[in-house]
Design a protein around this ligand. Structure first.
Ligand SMILES: [Zn+2]
Length: 126
């Protein structure tokens, strides 16, 4: 048993195949639709509630919608799949996990607000 997978991870990342690009485009389209539905739902709730928490959530989903749209643009312009910071190719597995991601693992900016997933305060009244 050799550590081949380790060596492979260090090797040059192959360019995305046509099939992989198609797959990622489909995934991005799905995410896009989900975001639009979520934004619509949140906007309706925010309209009746004006809960700042819903407003913050709305802003967050909007931001990721912009990310998805820019990923789709990049997919068309063929600049998709390269790291924004170092220009290295991002491995397909990583794109599959996060199709809108624009950085390789090394350049990944520290994730902000990963701890802000505060419990959804839903007051249950009956
Ligand atoms: Zn990079």
């Amino acid at each position: 048993m050799t550590s081949r997978s380790e060596a492979a991870a260090l090797a040059v990342v192959p360019p995305l195949s046509g099939l992989q690009r198609m797959l990622l485009r489909d995934m991005l389209h799905d995410v896009w639709r989900e975001h639009v539905v979520e934004i619509t739902n949140l906007a309706v709730r925010f309209h009746s509630d004006e809960d700042p928490e819903i407003g913050a959530q709305l802003a967050k989903v909007r931001r990721s919608l912009v990310d998805v749209e820019s990923a789709l643009d990049r997919l068309e312009s063929r600049s998709y799949g390269s790291c924004d910071a170092c220009d290295r190719r991002i491995p397909f597995e990583q794109l599959e996990a996060d199709p809108a991601g624009r950085y390789c693992r090394r350049c990944q900016p520290p994730s902000r607000g990963s701890a802000t997933k505060s419990g959804i305060s839903r007051s249950v009244r009956s």
